[in-house]
Design a protein. Structure first.
Length: 125
């Protein structure tokens, strides 16, 4: 019996040491609520801008620049909505390639980024 409890103690110590070395694999619920507020605000403003662009596009449907801006705005809205879905599933802020956490500052600037590599490209690093 003593041998068995000694092995359990050793195993518990190993698990404790390993747990200290493991980095967090997701952001806390508090962080996710903060990101959700940021995304909701951006989504609200993006929809207003899209509505304005669509009105301008109705007046001048041949304006290539307006068409491009409208497309970018629609893409941004889609990405923000996908980010909200990732928040609900608690996958937000986790790189889809490396499973590492994406930097908080980066997520506040570009909340729809999915990988560390994309973040670096978009930020010009």
């Amino acid at each position: 019996m003593y041998y068995y409890s000694e092995k359990l103690n050793i195993f518990a110590k190993i698990l404790y040491v390993m747990a200290k070395k493991i980095k967090p694999i997701r952001y806390s619920d508090t962080d996710l609520r903060e990101f959700k507020a940021i995304i909701d605000k951006r989504l609200f403003h993006s929809k207003i801008v899209l509505k304005y662009l669509e009105q301008q596009l109705e007046k001048n449907p041949a304006d290539d620049e307006m068409i491009a801006q409208t497309a970018v705005q629609r893409y941004t809205i889609t990405e923000l909505e996908e980010a909200l879905t990732r928040i609900q599933s608690r996958r937000f802020g986790v790189c889809e390639q490396t499973r590492a956490l994406i930097d908080k500052k980066t997520l506040k600037l570009i909340p729809y980024v999915k990988t560390v590599e994309d973040a670096e490209i978009l930020l010009g690093r």
